[in-house]
Design a protein around this ligand. Structure first.
Ligand SMILES: Nc1nc2c(ncn2[C@@H]2O[C@H](COP(=O)(O)OP(=O)(O)OP(=O)(O)O)[C@@H](O)[C@H]2O)c(=O)[nH]1
Ligand SMILES: [Mg+2]
Length: 285
């Protein structure tokens, strides 16, 4: 796998700064707890990691020993999350709350995957004309085909039409939906089912979470999971937050593969998630 470490490091700058106390030669366990909580790992997970680490290295371990052990513990947690690879033919359905980064991520995915096959970007966000425009522009920019279902009002119908087409990768962008609105959750399931019916394949439902809201996205994800099975997670905007540590409790709680992380606004700013790289980027050497 290509080495993305320097890009992830750059993106995690703010989070890394939050936990810079780890480089203090007089690091205490209290400092560790405070830093992990500030980085948004949450008190429960922070406590769990610290207790485990203490058992391993002892209460009076050196700063270096503590840092190394905490890094290993987090790496262990993240390595246990199932992983998946995306190979053609593949239909992906991007869902998430408003503004989480779905449309941008659809463009970024197309940019990555066009090297591996024919890609179709599909605008099943039928609520706003601007949403279709946004995806159409991205498709042009990236150089892949676009299907917007112009004139169609039902996003499930757009999904149906698109899914019948012979592409290696079909990436379906959907409208932002509030996880608390049952009708919108049902609509997401309806899109999935119509794609299934049209293609005979189960689309991969990818939940796009906004990294800047940190742990709050766990609740969102749980609500989405009640309506439809989440096959993978993409966490965006890690470059704009000091809450990058929230990825750890998110992964623990959801036990769904984290496929990619968003590290910027450009089309190349979507990198595959790798536990080791993430932890190295988070803590530095
Ligand atoms: N810095 C940064 N910005 C991002 C990233 N991903 C998305 N954005 C920005 O987040 C904003 C919202 O992105 P969209 O892709 O339009 O979000 P959306 O989920 O499609 O929004 P709705 O369709 O309105 O629900 C845009 O300004 C994007 O450029 C990222 O990884 N890093
Ligand atoms: Mg959108």
């Amino acid at each position: 796998m290509k080495n993305y470490l320097s890009r992830i490091k750059k993106a995690l700058f703010k989070t890394r700064e939050t936990i810079s106390i780890f480089d203090n030669p007089e690091l205490s366990w209290d400092d560790v707890e405070e830093a992990l909580i500030l980085a948004d790992l949450g008190p429960v997970v922070a406590e769990e990691i610290i207790e485990d680490a203490k058992k391993e290295v002892g209460e009076s371990a050196s700063s270096y020993g503590i840092k190394l052990e905490i890094k290993n513990k987090i790496k262990d947690i993240l390595s246990k999350i199932p992983s998946v690879s995306i190979t053609p033919p593949e239909i992906m359905l991007l869902v998430g709350v408003n503004g989480s980064g779905k449309t941008t991520t659809a463009g970024k995915l197309a940019y990555r995957l066009k090297e591996q096959g024919r890609v179709l970007l599909v605008a099943a966000d039928t609520f706003r004309a601007a949403a279709r425009e946004q995806l159409k522009k991205l498709a042009e920019m990236v150089g892949v085909d676009y299907f917007g279902g112009e004139g169609m009002k039902d996003p499930a119908a757009v999904g149906f039409e698109a899914a019948r087409r012979p592409y290696d990768f079909i990436i379906i962008d959907t409208a932002g939906r509030l996880h608390t609105k049952e009708d919108l959750m049902r609509e997401a399931l309806k899109i999935k089912k119509s794609v299934e019916k049209a293609s005979g394949k189960t689309p991969r439902v990818l939940l796009v979470l906004d990294g800047t809201i940190g742990q709050n996205s766990i609740y969102q994800a749980e609500e989405f999971s009640k309506a439809l099975k989440i096959d993978g997670i993409i966490i965006t905007k890690l470059d704009g937050t000091a809450k990058g540590g929230a990825l750890v409790p998110i992964a623990m709680k959801l036990q769904a593969p984290i496929l990619f992380i968003g590290v910027g606004e450009g089309m190349e700013d979507l990198v595959p998630f790798d536990p080791s790289e993430f932890v190295e980027a988070l803590f530095g050497a």
